[in-house]
Design a protein around this ligand. Structure first.
Ligand SMILES: Nc1ncnc2c1ncn2[C@@H]1O[C@H](COP(=O)(O)OP(=O)(O)OP(=O)(O)O)[C@@H](O)[C@H]1O
Ligand SMILES: Cc1cn([C@H]2C[C@H](O)[C@@H](COP(=O)(O)O)O2)c(=O)[nH]c1=O
Length: 202
């Protein structure tokens, strides 16, 4: 089976981390050699950029450039070598997050985002799991979590635009996106993921 590149996306508090744990166990049960990584982050430099991006105020274009700078390094150091070695890569967020947050959320033009994507030689995931929840659900989940970062602290209209941008991308790229209603009980979501992953590897 060729190595596959899978990404997990969704607004903050949608449940990505919860389902990433499940997916890691599913891959291990199927003896699929894989790595788990994340954005922003995934490399030592990327993790330093993550700390800045999540906590330091900055211009929108600086934010977008740093997201893509970290992604360039991530592709070069981690993602492409793993795929070339036959290992699956699962990334907690990737380029779709820039289109959703810097594009939909903050209003950076799609043309600029596409240019950055092209510039770093961005690849497309084979499968993108979009965990979709209404805002009220994500906000209730975030309320019970740790200290909120710069993105999580944004107003609800920001998160509404991010959600809509994700859904628009999912509809624009139906061949790789799967929209998962993540407002359901965790067991129901994992049953759907089981079916989805079995179909994906068939
Ligand atoms: N389907 C669900 N039903 C009920 N609670 C859930 C569900 N999914 C996740 N949760 C809970 O919601 C909280 C947030 O989940 P999680 O950390 O997985 O979200 P996340 O999308 O990864 O957030 P972030 O990206 O901000 O880390 C956790 O307490 C988790 O247990
Ligand atoms: C890759 C990427 C991420 N973001 C934002 C989205 C989240 O609010 C944070 C990361 O936090 P998480 O708990 O790891 O989900 O970063 C972004 O705005 N643009 C991006 O390209």
């Amino acid at each position: 089976m060729p190595a596959r590149f899978i990404t997990l996306e969704g607004i903050d508090g949608a449940g990505k981390s919860t389902h990433l744990t499940w997916l890691t166990q599913w891959l291990a049960r199927h003896a699929i050699d894989h790595i788990i990584t994340r954005e922003p982050g995934g490399t030592p430099l990327g993790e330093q950029l993550r700390a800045l991006l999540l906590h330091e105020p900055m211009h929108l274009e600086t934010e977008a450039l740093l997201m893509f700078a970290g992604r360039r390094e991530h592709l070069h150091q981690v993602i492409q070598p793993a795929l070339a070695a036959g290992r699956w890569v699962v990334s907690d967020r990737f380029t779709d997050a820039s289109f959703a947050y810097q594009g939909g959320g903050r209003g950076l033009s799609e043309a600029k985002l596409r240019e950055l994507e092209h510039w770093i030689g961005g690849i497309q995931p084979d499968l993108t799991l979009l965990f979709d929840v209404p805002l009220a659900v994500s906000q209730a989940r975030m309320a019970s979590s740790r200290q909120l970062d710069r993105f999580e602290q944004e107003q609800s209209d920001f998160h509404a635009r991010v959600r809509q941008a994700y859904l628009d991308r999912a509809h624009a790229y139906p061949q790789r996106f799967r929209i998962i209603d993540a407002s359901r009980p965790i067991a129901d979501i994992h049953a759907e993921l089981t079916h989805l992953m079995e179909t994906f590897i068939a």
